[in-house]
Design a protein around this ligand. Structure first.
Ligand SMILES: [Ca+2]
Ligand SMILES: [Ca+2]
Length: 180
């Protein structure tokens, strides 16, 4: 059975591979729809082996390429194991949909280490539905933590205040630049 990934030929003219909000949304949607196919024993969660198959699937590979603007490499179970453990927050040995999303974002983010702020900004823009550039501090921290930002950098962000997150991202960006 050969299933060719649905090449976005209809979007060829807008094949601007830069990270955009649209890319992030479309990547998350693809990841979500690919899920069912790769839960091969249909128990509603993903084992490490199923995660390996899903992460390396055409759907996700394409989404990660779109998301990170880098070409794809194969992730072995051994490559994925540390991500898997970190994402398996209830230590069940399997990943729920939400846990998989954390793994997926962590893997994708690993590939955009050079500019994780771009992804952070895209994701924060995703939940900033009225696009006023303002979010609660707690939401920002959760997202940045998922993206693997060091907690120490997030401490100065208060949970309870509405924040202009773009200014925070700029601040964190300059802190990251100063790190070796
Ligand atoms: Ca399963
Ligand atoms: Ca779990």
């Amino acid at each position: 059975m050969t299933i060719l990934p649905a090449r976005p030929s209809q979007t060829a003219e807008v094949q601007d591979k830069t990270m955009t909000l649209l890319n992030v949304i479309s990547s998350l949607a693809r990841a979500s729809s690919a899920w069912e196919l790769y839960d091969t024993n249909r128990d509603g969660v993903l084992s490490l082996e199923e995660t390996e198959a899903l992460i390396n699937s055409a759907e996700i590979s394409q989404a990660i390429e779109l998301l990170t603007n880098t070409s794809c490499t194969y992730y072995t179970a051994a490559d994925l194991d540390p991500y898997f453990r970190r994402a398996d927050t209830d230590n069940s040995g399997t990943l729920t949909r939400t846990e998989f999303l954390a793994l997926y974002l962590a893997v994708a983010t690993e590939r955009v280490k050079k500019n994780p702020l771009l992804l952070a900004e895209a994701l924060l823009g995703f939940i900033d539905t009225d696009k006023n550039g303002v979010l609660e501090g707690g939401e920002i921290k959760v997202l940045l933590t998922i993206l693997g930002f060091p907690a120490i950098l997030l401490l100065p962000i208060p949970d309870f205040i509405k924040l202009e997150y773009k200014a925070i991202l700029r601040t964190i960006g300059s802190m990251l630049e100063k790190r070796p």
